[in-house]
Every structure is written in structure tokens, then in C-alpha cells.
Design a protein around this ligand. Structure first.
Ligand SMILES: *[C@@H]1O[C@H](CO)[C@@H](O)[C@H](O)[C@H]1NC(C)=O
Ligand SMILES: *[C@@H]1O[C@H](CO)[C@@H](O)[C@H](O)[C@H]1NC(C)=O
Ligand SMILES: *[C@@H]1O[C@H](CO)[C@@H](O)[C@H](O)[C@H]1NC(C)=O
Ligand SMILES: *[C@@H]1O[C@H](CO)[C@@H](O)[C@H](O)[C@H]1NC(C)=O
Length: 458
């Protein structure tokens, strides 16, 4: 029972040690190195076992990209034998097993294999073999790239191709990138890149290719190096020709203007270089060039006669032209519109007219009223009543007071014109009681003593 149990236990413990320590015995922080040519490189190794309790034996060997394999160092804990040809070039570090390359050259590229046997100096006498591979590339930092354009001058849209080249004086494994107005450019129907992106062919060139170009060069040991910016100028157009006017009334291609009004028309088109413009009148049977330039000035008195005009834009570099035709109709657009177009304040003139006419009407009305019913009379009759009503208590008291009051009235109101005023004023002066008074003042006086209860008392 015991005999069979022991070996099983040993195997278990060995397996445990193996799996437990295997991942920890050596550690290589970086398995890929991008070295810079001329600079040292340390292939660093961390030993994670007590070196005093183990014996080690191992090799560093180098495999070039071409496949040639060389043993660089053979070492134990006590000694290290470096390849004769590389004694000054390599430095083997003890007690850990890091390898330092003193001055990197392109030849140092490739895979570095570390093979290490570790024998523990305890009862088990276990030997563990460790193998690691470190990949090393050696690059030259990138110098500032130089950008070139062919052709060097401006090009005509759709007729030319442009080739951009980006080159560096120094640098290995350089990757190029192209940007227009700081936006990275990608492959498309018209954008063709060389394998390493060092050239960009734009074929054919279009309006939208206009802009500022630069290239960026980078490699594993250099941040992106930017070239200077070069402008690409593209001649194009004319596009989107338009005729506009701030005056007149526009409906589609028809402008309606007031007779005698001075109207300006602007002709605009997108073009590089700027277009030359020609204005053509087609009002008569024959076409006739009226003027040149982007602006046309028209003053027409010929009412209700449609005139045809044409603006023609011509780009003398692209040799392309575009034209827009429009019709001019002279018609009265109405005072409101006219006033509106002439001076900026559309409300005030109209308001002034209304106020003026209202004032005139008011004056006339006032005059009419003055003529037909004497205002003094009406006023008087209105005053009459409350005045007499105030005196009411007196009336009731005695006859003598009332007769005295009426005497004053006779003095103020002038008889004579009364008859003519009576019919029209009756409606204005609201008063049944007054009717009695207005017959004549004399009547009132006469009547008061006879019928005091009717008009003065309730
Ligand atoms: C290995 O040893 C060298 C020299 O003692 C030391 O500079 C280096 O840091 C060590 N490397 C590691 C990974 O411990
Ligand atoms: C531009 O390139 C195209 C091919 O992409 C070629 O057919 C054409 O002739 C070139 N045009 C000029 C002006 O070089
Ligand atoms: C205008 O031209 C047409 C032919 O193009 C001709 O028949 C007509 O008589 C001409 N009218 C005038 C006013 O010249
Ligand atoms: C094109 O037109 C501009 C004026 O718009 C003029 O200055 C220039 O000389 C012309 N170029 C050619 C090639 O005709």
C-alpha cells in the first residue's frame, strides 16, 4: 500500500512544481523591440528563481530575416562565451541573462532565441528548460518629408491629372499619409495611391480637389513627420449661374419693375478664375451686347412690353460658359410697392396720408356742425337743465325766486337764430323738457308761473 502511494505523491508534487513555477522562472518584459539604428538595445530578462539554488546553462542565438542562424552567447552561471565576431558588439549580463546590443545595425534585425536549462540544487534535482523568442526590428528615424506636385502650376478641371509625391531623405519602413485641408485622404475612383502611399495620383482633377495638401511620414521609431503644405489650384466653372435683383418683383424668370425705376441686376456664377460677364438684350429680333461685367443697369419706361435679357458668364481658362435668360416687364407695381422700394419706411407715408385726410374730414365735419347747430346753443341747453334742477328746492318754496332765475336766462341766450337751429339740434340735445324752454325764452318766462309742476317739479 505504502510502496504504491509514495511514487504517486512524488509525481503529483513534481507536476505541481512544474506548473506552479514554470510561468515564473524567467520573464521577458517585451517580446518585440523596435530598435533605432546606432542606438543600444537591451533584450531584458528577469530571472524569477533563486540563482544561488540553481545551476543554469543556456544560449542566445540570432536568426536573421533571411534565415541564417548564429549562436551569440553560450553561458553558465560562471562563464559566458560570446561569439568571437561579436565580442564588442554584444554584452551578456550576469547574473541575470539579459543581452545588450551595443550599437544597432540593420544586420541586428531578426529573432533572438533564449534557451535556458535550470537545474535546482535540491533533492529532486529537477531540470527545467525555458525557451523564449524576442523579435527585433531596426529602423532609421524618419526625416521631414518633402512634398512635390506635378504639374506644379494650376490645372484645369476634368482635363488634367495631378501627381503628388512625398519623399524622405532618411527613414526605413516609412508609411505615408495624405491630407487635404487636414483631412486624411482615402483611395477612391479618382485617388490612386502607390503601394507605400508615397505617391498620390488624382485623375482627373475636379473642383473639389482644390485645397491645401501635405503628407505625413512615419515608421515604428518615429512619430508622424509633417511636410509643408502645398496648394492645389483648380480652374473650374462657371457653375450655378444666377441673375438677381434687389429691386422689382420677381416671379420665376420674370422681373417686373416700375416704369422709370432704375434697376440693377447682378449676375453670379461659381468659377475659378472669376468669370467675365456679358449682358445681351434680345428685345429686338437681333441679339445685342449691352454691357460687360457682373452688373446691369436698366431704366425702362416702355409699359407692358416684355424685354428679354441674357447674362452670359465665360471662364476664359476652362473655356466653358453658361448663360441665364430672363424677362423684364415694365408695369406699375402700385404706390405701396413703389414707396416701399424707394424709401425704407413703408408705414409712415401711408399713415401720414390717412392722418391728413382724417384731419380734413374732421375739420369739414366740425365746420358743418358749427354751421347747422350752434354749439353755444347746445351747450346752453345742456347747462339749462341741471341748473334749473339745482334750483328745484327753491322753486317749490316760492314763485318769486323762480322768476328771478329765469330773468338771467333771458340775458344770456339770444333769440332770433333759434328757429333755424331748432329742428336739427333736437336730436343732438336730448331733451323733452328743453323743448319747452326752447320755444322761446320769453315763453319760458311766461309759462313758469303757470305750470311750475310740469317742467321744474317732478
Ligand atoms: C540584469 O542585470 C543588469 C546588470 O546587473 C541590470 O542592469 C539589469 O537591470 C538586470 N535586468 C533585469 C531585468 O533585472
Ligand atoms: C490622366 O490619366 C488618365 C488615366 O488615369 C489618362 O487616360 C489621361 O490621358 C491622363 N490625362 C492627362 C492629361 O495626362
Ligand atoms: C424677326 O426675325 C424673323 C425671322 O427670324 C422674321 O421673320 C421677322 O420678320 C423679324 N422681325 C422683325 C421685326 O425684324
Ligand atoms: C481672362 O480674363 C481675364 C479678365 O477676366 C483677363 O485678365 C485674362 O487675361 C484673360 N485670360 C485669357 C487667357 O484670356
Amino acid at each position: 500500500m505504502e510502496a504504491t502511494g509514495r511514487p504517486a505523491l512524488y509525481v503529483c508534487s513534481v507536476l505541481f512544481i512544474l506548473t506552479e513555477i514554470n510561468s515564473e522562472l524567467i520573464h521577458i518584459p517585451s517580446l518585440v523591440h523596435h530598435g533605432v539604428e546606432g542606438e543600444p538595445l537591451l533584450l531584458s530578462v528577469e530571472t524569477r528563481f533563486p540563482l544561488d539554488k540553481a545551476e543554469i546553462q543556456g544560449t542566445w542565438s540570432h536568426t536573421k530575416p533571411s534565415g541564417t542562424r548564429t549562436t551569440l552567447v553560450t553561458f553558465t552561471k560562471e562563464t559566458a562565451i560570446t561569439d568571437m565576431m561579436r565580442r564588442n558588439h554584444l554584452h551578456f549580463r550576469e547574473p541575470n541573462v539579459s543581452l545588450r546590443i551595443q550599437k544597432l545595425t540593420h544586420d541586428d534585425e531578426g529573432d533572438y532565441d533564449l534557451s535556458l536549462n535550470i537545474k535546482f540544487l535540491n533533492k529532486t534535482g529537477l531540470v527545467i528548460k525555458e525557451e523564449r523568442t524576442v523579435h527585433v526590428t531596426v529602423d532609421v528615424p524618419v526625416s521631414t518629408p518633402v512634398i512635390k506636385k506635378s504639374p506644379s502650376n494650376a490645372v484645369v478641371e476634368d482635363k488634367a491629372n495631378v501627381t503628388w509625391t512625398c519623399s524622405v531623405e532618411r527613414g526605413t519602413r516609412v508609411v505615408f499619409q495624405w491630407l487635404r485641408d487636414n483631412v486624411a485622404l482615402a483611395h477612391s475612383d479618382r485617388y490612386h495611391f502607390s503601394k507605400d502611399n508615397s505617391t498620390l495620383l488624382i485623375s482627373p482633377v475636379r473642383k473639389e480637389d482644390k485645397g491645401n495638401y501635405h503628407c505625413v511620414a512615419s515608421n515604428p521609431v518615429s512619430q508622424g513627420q509633417h511636410s509643408r503644405t502645398v496648394e492645389l489650384n483648380v480652374y473650374y466653372g462657371p457653375y450655378n449661374l444666377e441673375v438677381n435683383s434687389v429691386q422689382g418683383l420677381r416671379t420665376g424668370e420674370v422681373f417686373t419693375i416700375n416704369p422709370g425705376e432704375l434697376v440693377y441686376f447682378e449676375c453670379q456664377a461659381d468659377s475659378n478664375p472669376p468669370n467675365s460677364y456679358v449682358w445681351i438684350s434680345k428685345s429686338r429680333n437681333t441679339t445685342e451686347v449691352i454691357t460687360e461685367g457682373p452688373r446691369l443697369e436698366v431704366r425702362s419706361y416702355r409699359l407692358a412690353q416684355a424685354e428679354e435679357y441674357l447674362c452670359r458668364a465665360f471662364n476664359n481658362v476652362t473655356q466653358k460658359q453658361d448663360e441665364a435668360q430672363f424677362t423684364l416687364v415694365v408695369a406699375s407695381l402700385g404706390t405701396g410697392k413703389e414707396k416701399h422700394t424707394q424709401d425704407g419706411s413703408p408705414v409712415s407715408p401711408l399713415a401720414a396720408i390717412i392722418v391728413c385726410s382724417l384731419f380734413v374730414i374732421g375739420c369739414m365735419l366740425l365746420f358743418f356742425i358749427q354751421r347747422t347747430c350752434h354749439p353755444k346753443r347746445v351747450l346752453m341747453s345742456i347747462y339749462n337743465r341741471p341748473f334749473s334742477e339745482q334750483k328745484r328746492p327753491h322753486r317749490s318754496a316760492g314763485h318769486e325766486d323762480a322768476t328771478e332765475d329765469f330773468g338771467i336766462y333771458e340775458f344770456v341766450s339770444i333769440p332770433g337764430k333759434m328757429e333755424s337751429a331748432q329742428p336739427s339740434c333736437r336730436s343732438l340735445a336730448r331733451l323733452e323738457s328743453l323743448q319747452d324752454m326752447h320755444t322761446t325764452i320769453y315763453d319760458v318766462i311766461r309759462h313758469v308761473p303757470e305750470t311750475p309742476s310740469h317742467s321744474l317739479l317732478m
